[in-house]
Design a protein. Structure first.
Lengths: 210, 210
DNA sequence: GATTCAAGTGAGTAATCAGTCACACACAGA
DNA sequence: TCTGTGTGTGACTGATTACTCACTTGAATC
């Protein structure tokens, strides 16, 4: 059994190594946990399944992350980092091409959500349990602070515009969660239409106000 | 063993205690479940505690609601009805006083969330588990359809305005969940400021566009 | 080869959960 | 007073959970 699942992995940085480092395993665990947490939420996600998807034993999971809560916080942090990376990259593109940063960032977010729903779902679960799990709440606050900071600095938008932009992102989250894009009804088509002008700043407002 | 446990239950509280109807008990269960679901979320909310808060046994809970899922759906439905009631009342006020319906409805929502956080938290949990619990997802879709319909009919706003308005509501939800109003930082003060202009329609847009 | 330490696991455990079942009780109508 | 029906419960159960512990394996260093 042990021989069947033996993996020979080459670690490029630390030379040849049959065993992984604890840090590598932690990374794999975070990746695996994001998919399980996204699917089932915090409380319903079994640590056994997370360990199984990461290819390690449950016992070792608890050596790497002493509690399930710490693993969840790490997963939320990771999803935040992914968004942050997506935004900064979009801001770079906007700067290079002379486009509106907020609009490009909004497009990038819509794209991220569309092709990587797990990030969004982890965020949604984290929001929901924030009032009852202080560590998660604090992580979410840091996440919003960071995201707001990068959006603000790179776009030079007014607070009001940033607020509208952020609100649009929240709407994208919810509509994606309930699969509004699959529904052919006016309300769904209106609320789930975030292609193009998903920065939630109407063109006329942009023209008149800036 | 059953014979030995005969208990004489003689009107334990002040006044004669009559039996309730099943329908009354169901109402009490929904009310109790909303507080527990709001606090702990769907999966972490024990049916024993819901029954205890409703003042009945767990066994009877399962006679009234055959599964926990059905009870949760009923709770989500109830929270939707409360919002619906709040919106229609606000629309009546707006009509009577000649004010902008969307703005009054937005104020009503902010007020509802502030003084009854459980409704909001149930909605948040329902959103998060929507992808994995079809019955909840369908309920949420119906909820948004209903809310969108009343907002649309009573306000005569354009789809774009309705979308902005709804997005603002989603932002209120998230900021309330993470307690952004307790934070004295620019991002939190900007995003959690939903007093007054929480309809998310900037005045200049209103003047120019309608 | 011996030593050492990190990586890794099988086999638990105590607690908790949704759901069940046999049974008791209250009340209205005959 | 009896009886049928709906209200209500104590005492389970089988499954699942987060977390633990004694133990093994891999490989770098001397």
């Amino acid at each position: 059994m042990a021989t069947a699942s033996r993996k020979i992995r080459k670690a490029p940085s630390a030379g040849d190594r049959a065993l992984s480092t604890a840090e590598e395993r932690r990374e794999e665990l975070i990746t695996a946990s994001i998919s399980v947490f996204a699917e089932k939420g915090y409380h319903a996600a079994p640590t056994t399944e997370i360990a199984r998807r990461a290819g390690i034993s449950q016992a070792y999971l608890f050596r790497l992350f002493p509690t399930k809560e710490e693993l969840f916080v790490a997963a939320v942090d990771r999803s935040c980092e992914v968004m942050y990376g997506s935004f900064t990259e979009a801001a770079n593109v906007a700067e290079r091409e002379g486009r509106d940063p907020l609009e490009v960032m909004g497009d990038a977010y819509a794209e991220l959500v569309a092709e990587n729903r797990n990030m969004l779902l982890v965020q949604l679960h984290a929001q929901a349990i924030s009032p009852s799990v202080p560590a998660v709440r604090d992580t979410m606050r840091r996440c919003f602070a960071t995201l707001f900071a990068v959006a603000s600095e790179r776009s030079k938008a007014t607070p009001e515009e940033l607020k509208l932009w952020m609100a649009g992102g929240m709407l994208i989250n919810v509509m994606t969660a309930i699969g509004a894009n699959e529904i052919e009804e006016p309300w769904a088509e209106t609320l789930a239409d975030f292609e193009g002008d998903c920065d939630f700043t109407p063109p006329d407002l942009l023209d008149n106000n800036r």
